[in-house]
Design a protein around this ligand. Structure first.
Ligand code: LLP
Length: 419
């Protein structure tokens, strides 16, 4: 179901007009549909009906605390990768007992904070990390619950930058040697070894790599139990894709079936870490046309959102649909570019889109995941506002940054003051 639809020729998010938001708060801004998050979370979770499960939203995909509290209200947990994400997840009211912490480079400080918070589990990625986890837990007089991230060497067939489960990637411990690492971890005095984890990549549009990975994990769990290590959690990571253009994405039931067929009647609590699948199509980026340019061979629409607001097109050559906020019959083939001083600053290239005039608005679609979360202040551009719509109402969940926000943390050194 689409939560961004036209009513009388103008685009709405649920029952709120994007034009109204733009005129009240200015552009660019990200706008998210609460109903979209709610419906996708519920369908994701319901696909595993009857099984013990924890759905840990991948915070990195859309970390605003307004969004996280919406997900917390639905019963979601969080997949975090830093102390900053732990802080937001807790502020948003996510139950620490539903928080899992992944990442190849957790610092002692971050581990300390997560132990203090009492999170469900650390997804450890190396032998050295196991030692540090053990050490920090001992210092606090606590026990650290851990899973080991396994690299199952499965090809997710996605963009090389976001494929993570191959031997050549930096993540996890190779499936061939991981059993030894589990035994090692089980021998450490302050660790409780309770889970196996994998995450093979992002934006997967085929269920077979998930099924392959799940089979490998299940056979590992059986081996580990035979070794006397009582694994209670199977964390299958995230990665289920969305439709950006014309990709056919597996239905939640088919994704669930692929995994559940592999799990069979194994007594285990399942953990999932979906990010994009819940947030991607829940948000769009609204931007205004500043200028149009014609180079003789090419047309440009210069808009007020740029690669600092949405990095994915420049970074991955990613496709994001672009639709007019007011419907029009006029079409144009053009580049949609931002104001940043780089040729790589584009949202679309050679794209046939609706021809919106200067001062008109475009919605850049499927921008809810890895949009705002990867935004920067490059070219000293204040980051965009974020808005959450629920029915006919909208709420500013992040105000637009000001110039003071940009220079606030900076200072002129003493030797240059009072010049
Ligand atoms: N769990 C782990 C351990 C992860 O590393 C990730 C994503 C996820 C879960 C969530 O994956 P998802 O369900 O969203 O596919 N910036 C890139 C995506 C990077 C994904 C990194 N890891 C992009 O814009 O496409």
């Amino acid at each position: 179901m689409d939560y961004f639809t036209y009513q009388n020729g103008t685009m709405y998010c649920e029952d709120t007009s994007l034009e109204q938001i733009a005129s009240e708060i200015g552009t660019p801004f990200y706008v998210y549909s609460a109903k979209s998050f709610t419906d996708s979370f519920n369908t994701f979770s319901n696909a595993f009906e009857g099984r013990e499960r924890i759905i840990c939203f991948a915070v990195k995909s859309c970390p605003n605390i307004g969004i996280l509290s919406l997900l917390a209200s639905l019963g979601a947990g969080a997949d975090i990768v830093s102390g900053g994400e732990l802080d937001r997840a807790l502020k948003a009211g996510i139950n620490p007992q539903k928080i899992v912490f992944a990442g190849v480079g957790k610092t002692r400080q971050e581990i300390h904070e997560a132990l203090e918070a009492g999170i469900l589990m650390f997804n450890a990625e190396s032998e050295q990390e196991l030692d540090v986890l053990n050490d920090e837990a001992r210092k606090l007089g606590k026990r650290a619950k851990i899973a080991i991230r396994v690299n199952p060497n499965v090809d997710p067939k996605t963009h090389p930058y976001i494929s993570t489960g191959l031997k050549k990637n930096k993540f996890g411990i190779s499936v061939e040697t991981v059993r030894e690492q589990f035994r090692y971890a089980a021998g450490l005095d302050s660790l409780d070894v309770e889970g196996v984890h994998c995450h093979i990549g992002s934006q997967l549009t085929d269920v077979s790599p998930f099924a392959d990975a799940a089979k490998i994990m299940v056979s590992l769990i059986k081996d580990l139990r035979a070794d006397g290590i009582n694994i209670k959690y199977l964390d299958m990571g995230g990665g289920l894709g969305i439709t950006y253009k014309d990709e056919t994405v597996p239905k939640h039931e088919d994704y669930a079936k692929a995994i559940l067929d592999a799990v069979g009647d194994l007594d285990i609590t399942l953990i999932f870490e979906p990010g994009r699948n819940l947030s991607g199509n829940a948000g769009v980026l609204v931007t205004r046309v500043l200028y149009t340019k014609d180079s003789g061979t090419k047309h440009f629409k210069v808009v007020d959102a740029a690669m600092n607001d949405l990095a994915r097109p420049s970074l991955y050559d990613a496709y994001h649909g672009i639709k007019p906020v007011y419907e029009t019959e006029n079409r144009i083939t053009c580049d949609v570019v931002g104001p940043i001083c780089e040729t790589g600053d584009f949202l679309a290239r050679d794209r046939d889109i609706a021809d919106v005039p200067v001062d008109g608005l475009y919605a850049v679609l499927s921008a809810g995941a890895y949009g705002m979360s990867m935004a920067s202040n490059y070219n000293s551009r204040p980051r965009a506002a974020e808005v959450l719509v629920s029915g006919g109402k909208y709420y500013i969940i992040r105000r637009r940054e000001t110039y003071a926000d940009l220079t606030g943390p900076e200072s002129v050194p003493a030797f240059l003051r009072n010049r």
